[in-house]
Ligand binder design. Structure first.
Ligand code: ATR
Length: 279
């Protein structure tokens, strides 16, 4: 009997440059799983109709990327605790006519930090940005038990809102949340600065003023959730430290977490970045 191919896809707008199909096919190869993984450019206005169409066509799961993660959150019948808190869904599973949503971005970030031997426990983290990416990652960041997470954002009121929203979850995990204006004094000491803004998509400048990097400890780390080319944030960060990373590892790890949800298998991720460069 012919084995049925499992069907998956990633939805976004735009989607042409998504690496998700390549990553999932590399994972599938490790376990000799026969799967198809497509990418579809979906207009946010037609999101729900398209998700239902793909479900009807026999797709087993979908990854959801920008700008559709909040729309995905809104249409799910069941949500993981993580995605309920983050109000974001990047992984949909179709099960018994239900749309089940989860968010693997935060796990992707934390697993990538762990691969890079970057410890967050007991540390001071500076999280820059208060949009979807920052809110998608902070649940797992808090659960990794840093000492403090400092929040900032170009529109500062959004950082204040974000602190208010996450305050009780942070307290439950014995983590202190603070907001700091970008013009703060230089007395703080960060172990890790994470750029969770989308500034490099539209701007040639780092979202942080130069003096902010003086607050990075000498053995501190800078991490940009963006990937593709060296961002203005990364260029500035290199002036202070060699420990500068982009978000390609996070992308691979969030994909691995989605793969695990769908196939209950943990793919090896260590060679995927190199394989992607050679494809
Ligand atoms: P995403 O899902 O990628 O996080 P988003 O929810 O639109 O997208 O959020 C974008 C984030 O990047 C916001 O924190 C935004 O700051 P504002 O709230 O002030 O808009 C931040 N951002 C975008 N462009 C930026 C820039 N040029 N400088 C600094 N921050 C920027």
């Amino acid at each position: 009997m012919k084995k049925e191919i499992k069907k998956f896809a990633v939805l976004g707008h735009p989607i042409a440059h998504s690496l998700s199909p390549k990553i999932h096919l590399l994972f599938a190869k490790e376990f000799a799983i026969d799967l198809e993984y497509k990418k579809f450019d979906i207009n946010p206005d037609n999101f729900f109709v398209n998700v239902k169409r793909l479900e009807a066509e026999g797709y087993q799961g979908l990854n959801i990327t920008l700008p559709l993660k909040i729309a995905a959150f809104a249409i799910c019948d069941q949500l993981s605790e993580r995605s309920s808190f983050c109000k974001s869904v990047n992984t949909i599973t179709f099960l018994d006519n239900n749309i089940i949503g989860d968010s693997t971005d935060g796990r992707g970030l934390l697993n990538d930090l762990s691969n890079k031997k970057i410890n967050t426990k007991g540390k001071n983290i500076f999280l820059v940005g208060a949009g979807g990416a920052a809110n998608g990652a902070i649940y797992d960041l808090i659960q990794s038990k840093p000492k403090k997470i400092f929040l900032t954002n170009r529109t500062f009121t959004k950082a204040i809102e974000m602190k208010k929203y996450w305050k009780s979850f942070a307290e439950k995990n014995q983590v202190t949340l603070e907001t700091i204006d970008l013009d703060f004094s230089n007395r703080l000491n960060f172990d890790l600065i994470i750029n969770a803004t989308s500034s490099s998509l539209t701007n040639q400048h780092s979202p942080l003023p130069e003096h902010a990097l003086h607050c990075l400890k000498d053995d501190g780390v800078c991490y940009d959730m963006m990937y593709g080319s060296q961002t203005p944030f990364m260029k500035e960060a290199y002036k202070k430290t060699d420990s500068v990373y982009d978000g390609l590892g996070m992308l691979v790890e969030q994909a691995a977490a989605s793969f695990n949800i769908w196939h209950q298998l943990a793919p090896a991720t260590e060679n995927i970045e190199a394989s992607l460069k050679n494809l």
